[in-house]
Design a protein around this ligand. Sequence first.
Ligand code: PRP
Ligand code: URA
Length: 208
Amino acid sequence: MSLRVLDHPLIQHKLTFIRDADTGPKDFRALTEEVAMLMAYEVTRNLPLEDVEIRTPMGPARTKVIAGKTLAVVPILRAGLGMVGGILELVPTAKVGHIGLFRDHDTWRPVEYYCKLPPDLAEREVIICDPMLATGGSASLAVKLVKERGGRTIKLMSLIAAPEGIALVQKEHPDVDIFTAAVDEALDPNAYILPGLGDAGDRLFGTR
Ligand code: PRP
Ligand code: URA
C-alpha cells in the first residue's frame, strides 16, 4: 500500500490555477490534462521494459521498449474524463475503459450507471483516474469493478485527495497505490473537499 504525493513544482503551480474559482472551463480542462500528463510520467515509472534489437544509422543496437501490453486507463465519469487526454499523450497505445458513477446526494454513496472495460485487464496495468478523492466511495467501488473484471495491478490517480478518501481506499484495497497532487485538509458537511476545487465535473463541463 502506498501513497505518493506528486509535488513537482509544475504540478503544484498548475494545480493552483485549477483550484482558483476564477478559472473557467476552457482553462480548467487544459490544466487538468496537463497535470494528468505530468502525473502519468511518475505513475508509469515502474512499467516493465524488455530488450529489442534495432539498427541506428550507426549500426545495430540493443535497447529497450515497454514490455507486453501497456496500460488501461479507466476514468470515473464524468470528471475522470478530464484526465484521459493527458495520459494518452504519453501512452497513446493505452486502452480506455469507462466507469460511470455518481454520488447520491443524501447518502454520498456511489451509484453505478455504466461500466465498459477492456477485456484483457489482467494483462495490463490499470490506472483509474478521477480528479477528486473525497469520501473515497467512488474510487473504492471503481477499484472493485476493475478487480471483478480481472484487473490485478491497479493504480489510482487523483488531483486532490481528502484524508478520509485515502483512508477508505487503503482499508478496502491495500494493494492499490494512490497517486495525488495534493492531500487537502478535510471534507465539508456535504462531503466536498476543503479547500479543494469545488465540483470537478461541473467545472470541467460548465454545468454549474
Ligand atoms: C465526483 C468526483 C468523484 C466523486 C468523489 O463525482 O468526480 O467521482 O465525486 O467523491 P467520493 O470520493 O466521495 O465518492 P460526482 O458524483 O460529482 O459525479 P460527476 O463526476 O458526474 O460530476
Ligand atoms: N466531488 C467533487 O467534484 N468535489 C469534491 O470536493 C467532492 C466530490
